[in-house]
Design a protein around this ligand. Sequence first.
Ligand code: PSV
Ligand code: MN
Length: 442
Amino acid sequence: MKITQHQIEAHNAPRLARHKKQLAYLTAEITGEQGVLEKLAAFQVAIPSWALGTGGTRFGRFPGGGEPRSLEEKIEDVGLLHALNRASGAISLHLPWDIPTDAQAIRELAASHGLRFDAVNSNTFQDQQNQALSYKFGSLQHVDPAVRRQAIEHNIEVIRHGEALGSDAITVWLADGSCFPGQLNFRRAFQNTLDSLREIYAALLPHWKMFIEYKAFEPNFYSMTVGDWGQSLLYANKLGGQAYTLVDLGHHLPNANIEQIVALLLMEGKLGGFHFNDSKYGDDDLTVGSIRPYQLFLIFNELIDGGALNQFRISDFGFRNPKPPTTEVRNPKSEIALMIDASHNVKDPLEDLLQSVEAIQLAYAQALLVDRPALNAAQLDNDTVRCQEILQAAYRTDVRALVAEARRRNGGALEPLGLFREVGVRKELFRERGAKTVATGL
Ligand code: PSV
Ligand code: MN
């Protein structure tokens, strides 16, 4: 299924007058709206291939129907999102769930939807059918060199698939760790992991990056071998200039100050990217901005303050310009990978992803409105009250019309979710794919 430009225009037309009124009201209140609009229009967030179907918990899974049955259908789904919001112009694949059989054909299909491939993800947290050795006691950390070798080879294979698709980064998330005190020698586990990562790192092309994702707990509950940003940064620093830390918002202990982590990683030139989601308790993988939108805003505030978002990984690769950017116009060192990582148990995955992208755009737009010179002056004055007033003045601005305008200028829908329902996307996917389909993933 494809959404046509005609459908988008027919949706926008009756909403335009009201939108213009809201935009005029907002722009009368703020300054620099043209710059903000340009930045918003260039802003893209990558969609994870594993979040297009219904997730589940260990208690059960309730598939919603019409789920993508193949990599081609996953690309089609992301294409639908991108057609609606013009801000989802990339897909992040997880292997072996998404092994492309014909990379060239997959690349062309993605390009026909205006999509590029963001980081590819390896999987050594599950045993696959026909896999020789088990990851029950870890992968890159394993005491048995043969298991480590198998996991290293898998990661290198993922890199090769990524190269064929035009991706330029691999995200390594390890479930490695231990469940009980004494089970693991921490230093040996760290060293084994580092040595294994070194072999994977050596397989990177010079323009590639390695993102090392950390997680405080789950599936291991006593120790995780890449358990926090400190450990991830240790690995990244030891590996070299192509290795970076990846921040998944759900992977922290309760009440962690994620915005401070972001600020310091950025300062060190080691912030590789994000897996955006939201959570109440832990790795809940809920819709971005659904629980703690202020935290999301504060993260974007740090990104802007640290000069991180001047260049996007996919800024020059929008719907209107579906040509992959050349390495000359891109500056991989300063680019931050912006990806979503979510699991959908009760919502329609595509609707949830539309909400998530919008939440990220809103946080970004609000953070762009922060009066930075005034904030700096108030900080130097130790005027705590004023600091809070300045931040919250931006956060409490209703920027929805700005985000909608950026979308409209890119050729997208004023209300992507509204149009998704209006044209009955899920119903049509049901009809095309059936009610019993289950997408690969967790
Ligand atoms: C692990 O919880 C994680 O956040 C990693 O990014 C995985 O690749 C992803 O979820 C999917 O399982
Ligand atoms: Mn993640």
